[in-house]
Design a protein around this ligand. Structure first.
Ligand code: ATP
Ligand code: MG
Length: 429
């Protein structure tokens, strides 16, 4: 990488046309649908990043630019989630760059990768940045293609971590509201966290995601599940229907003209492919216990079990969580939430009893609110669209944060000088 830093410096000294010629013959794989935010110090760099954002290889990425360098970035992320990639320009000296980055590290979420652009050409600084887990250092003045290359290579290097995180949502019993919860969380991930996400409706015969998002796409998940050999990123891309700026749907056919018996690995290639290109995939897993549902739950990055407050839900949630914990000894335990709590006159099992039996607290206790959920379901809207400031909409936003790993880290940002190392190192492939 040090060699690469020197190469960058050399490239910048070369004439622009030579640089462009080299770039034209260079193969740079396109970046997936990641969010990129740049904090520049100079208009020249801002212009280069802007032009990079218009490059075909960044066509799927969302690139936002603002001025103000490290200080503006640290300020911006104090109270809001960080994107997939942060580009920081600094005209400071080496010691100040490192100090500034340590402050930024304290407000960075897991998985965010950092590229630094600076004018210091110093191998020691470069080493320190690498040690802190900074993904790339670009010498200014930068060219458009340097920015394109730096962002794309974060995701295409052979050792790059896939960008996507898969969150599986399943009900402890049928009809408890698992799909509703999954759809609202995915919507909040797209809207409030501005992470590109896809909802995959795995309830092929009866799924309601199309209805909930008011979409009726001609294609969807069945096209991929029945043609596993054709599945690649471009193929899956064509099956997605766009719901909002940051949210797409892989819809269920919800027709009964055939049956949907699948082998355990029927969905492997679809989600391997989505994982490489979409930051967040939410699986709406139907309440069934067959080979492929078990496999999807075990292989997800995070799991949310939705339970109603009765005995059958408690037993099933416990069985599910115990099995998943045993099958995933090195993962975070599955989360659960209670839904439809407080139906008038209905005897219910208390959240405290759930917490005791399941050995952890629920991520949310969602009240039974037919006057809110009823219109949402019938009008093809999300809860936050029916009633924006509603407490329940805020719950979905918080669940979106928890499930994408964005809460714990914000809380642990007490130590302003904690090195980027632990967090940023993980990001590097
Ligand atoms: N907190 C709530 N208050 C009132 N109604 C709710 C609540 N949560 C979900 N619902 C309603 O409950 C019904 C069932 O929800 P949903 O289809 O999401 O459940 P599910 O667990 O996915 O069911 P299935 O097992 O059929 O897949 C829907 O009409 C939905 O609007
Ligand atoms: Mg459902």
């Amino acid at each position: 990488m040090i060699k690469h830093a020197q190469q960058v410096a050399v490239t910048e000294n070369a004439t622009t046309s030579a640089a462009t010629d080299n770039a034209a013959s260079e193969h740079i794989a396109p970046a997936p649908r990641v969010s990129v935010q740049a904090f520049c110090e100079t208009v020249e760099s801002a212009a280069a990043v802007q032009a990079a954002g218009e490059d075909r290889r960044l066509a799927k990425a969302h690139v936002k630019i603002q001025m103000g360098g490290i200080a503006a970035a640290s300020e911006a992320y104090r109270n809001s989630p960080t994107p997939n990639v942060i580009l920081i320009e600094t005209d400071a000296r080496a010691a100040d760059i490192l100090g500034g980055l340590d402050q930024l590290a304290a407000v960075c979420d897991a998985g965010t990768r950092v590229i630094v652009m600076g004018r210091v050409n110093d191998v020691t600084l470069y080493r320190e940045l690498t040690r802190r887990g900074v993904s790339e250092y670009l010498m200014t003045p930068i060219g458009t293609i340097d920015v394109v290359r730096a962002i794309c290579s974060l995701f295409s290097a052979p050792d790059a971590k896939p960008v996507g995180r898969i969150i599986a949502v399943v009900g402890a019993k049928g009809g408890v509201g698992a799909s509703t919860v999954a759809h609202n969380i995915a919507w909040a991930i797209g809207r409030d966290l501005t992470l590109d996400s896809v909802v995959a409706d795995l309830d092929l015969p009866f799924g309601t995601a199309g209805l909930d998002y008011n979409q009726d796409p001609p294609q969807g998940i069945a096209d991929a599940a029945f043609s596993p050999d054709r599945v690649d990123t471009a193929f899956v891309d064509r099956l997605l229907s766009k719901c909002t700026d940051h949210l797409s749907l892989l819809a269920a056919p919800a027709t009964l003209d055939r049956v949907y018996d699948f082998g355990a690995d029927a969905f492997d290639s679809i989600f391997d492919s989505l994982r490489t290109s979409i930051p967040c995939v939410v699986l709406d897993v139907p309440h069934q216990w067959v080979g492929w549902t078990r496999r999807l739950l075990i292989s997800a990055d995070d799991i949310l079990v939705v339970a109603g407050p009765d005995l059958a839900n408690l037993r099933n949630a416990k069985n599910l969580i115990d099995l998943l914990r045993t099958s995933r000894p090195n993962d975070h335990r599955p989360h659960y939430c209670l839904n439809q709590v407080g139906v008038p006159k209905r005897p219910e099992i208390k959240p405290a009893d759930f917490a005791k039996a399941l050995e952890c607290e629920p991520v949310a206790i969602i009240p039974f609110e037919p006057q809110l959920f009823g219109p949402a379901a019938n009008n093809g809207q999300m809860v936050a669209e029916v009633s924006a400031g509603h407490k329940t909409a805020e719950m979905f936003r918080q669940m979106a944060q928890t499930l994408t790993g964005r809460v714990e880290l914000k809380q642990s940002r007490g130590n302003l000088l904690s090195p980027l190392l632990s967090r940023l190192k993980k990001r590097k492939g």
